[in-house]
Design a protein around this ligand. Structure first.
Ligand SMILES: *Cc1c(COP(=O)(O)O)cnc(C)c1O
Ligand code: SF4
Length: 338
């Protein structure tokens, strides 16, 4: 992998050359496939392995417990049933108003333009979501426009997914121009993990598209571990803020991946190097198949206290849980004992 110069390959060819075979992944990492139980292959049948080579390149070789690998490698425990872990923990199917529109919060809503992601994160709460039935078609815009106009409190649109940065710049441009045509829309937010897993996605065309928009642009990237943020990735992220994009990070607290205060502290510090501000630290959504990433709440409490003690306030992400039907993300720190 030393020879693989992902920095030099354009993002679209990287996106069409993902690793989808668990044996190839392990082979690249010099991990013997006996360590991969057959259950893992079965788990991969329902939610396929999918990972860009640029992300694999940041993993440590010969380490079956590498924190980046654990996020993407199917695991036999995903097949175990657990009564609290369900397919739609956030009630998103309920909140779905129009194709592509998920309006749960007053001033902003999610617009899902694609169901595709560059990487499949095993803990993802959307792993069971019926995307394909729910994508807007080109001629659905008048309907969406109408929906926005009928909800005058909406001033922000969040492109989510799937991952909106798997779309071409051309397609993004079309949607940005549509949103710009509505004076009530002031802010465009893009939620994406692509800049972390394929940093070359931050190309000049995208930067200039964002920089020249009338909308205030926020990008919320998703990185869970400082090892995801090598120098090249940090450089690419920095380009966003140099072009007037406000960049935040959301992370998910994952057992075995980032469940130590030191790891979380390093993540925040590294994000700051890339001019990215830590935003949310989510506790795991109780999604079927992700139970092995779950941490006991007492552990979460003590971890977060250590993070608070170890960082300046501006680098501490808000610890939150998403509760179905609530009007906002629920902060958890207030729930701790004083
Ligand atoms: C988290 C979330 C948002 C955005 O919430 P903020 O608290 O504004 O970051 C919007 N829609 C959905 C469905 C969400 O889960
Ligand atoms: S990139 Fe985001 S939406 Fe896609 S699988 Fe990962 S966590 Fe889920």
């Amino acid at each position: 992998m030393i020879n693989y110069l992902y920095q030099e390959q354009n993002w679209q060819s990287q996106l069409s050359d993902l690793i989808i075979d668990p044996f190839e992944l392990l082979d690249q990492l010099d991990i013997s496939s006996e360590q991969l139980l057959s259950g893992a292959i079965l788990a991969s049948d329902t939610f396929k392995l999918r990972v860009p080579r640029a992300f694999v390149n940041k993993m440590q070789k010969a380490d079956p417990f590498d924190p980046l690998l654990l996020q993407v490698l199917p695991h036999h425990l995903e097949l175990e049933d657990h009564p609290e872990f369900v397919t739609d923990p956030l009630g998103e199917e309920e909140a779905n108003q129009l194709p592509g529109v998920l309006h749960k919060y007053q001033s902003r809503f999610l617009l899902t333009l694609t169901g595709a992601c560059a990487v499949h994160c095993r803990y993802c709460f959307r792993r069971h979501f019926p995307y394909q039935e729910n994508l807007p078609k080109n001629n659905d815009w008048p309907q969406i426009q109408n929906y926005i106009q009928q909800h005058p409190l909406i001033n922000e649109v969040i492109l989510s997914g799937g991952d909106p940065l798997t779309l071409t710049n051309h397609k993004l441009k079309i949607w940005i121009e549509r949103l710009e045509s509505l004076p009530q829309v002031k802010i465009l937010r893009i939620h994406s993990r692509v800049p972390i897993v394929i940093p070359n996605r931050i190309d000049e065309e995208l930067l200039s598209l964002l920089e020249n928009s009338r909308l205030r642009i926020i990008m919320v990237v998703h990185s869970n571990h400082a090892a995801e943020l090598d120098d090249f990735t940090c450089n690419q992220l920095h380009k966003l803020s140099l072009r007037n994009v406000t960049v935040f990070n959301q992370a998910v607290l994952l057992k075995g991946v980032n469940d130590s205060a030191q790891t979380l502290i390093e993540l925040s510090q590294r994000l700051f190097d890339a001019r990215v501000m830590p935003y949310y630290l989510h506790v795991l959504d109780k999604v079927k198949g992700a139970q092995h990433f779950d941490l006991e709440s007492s552990k979460v409490d003590s971890l977060y206290k250590e993070v608070l003690a170890g960082l300046p306030g501006y680098l501490v992400p808000k610890l939150v849980r998403e509760i179905a039907g609530e009007k906002n993300k629920t902060p958890l720190f207030g729930k701790l004992t004083f």
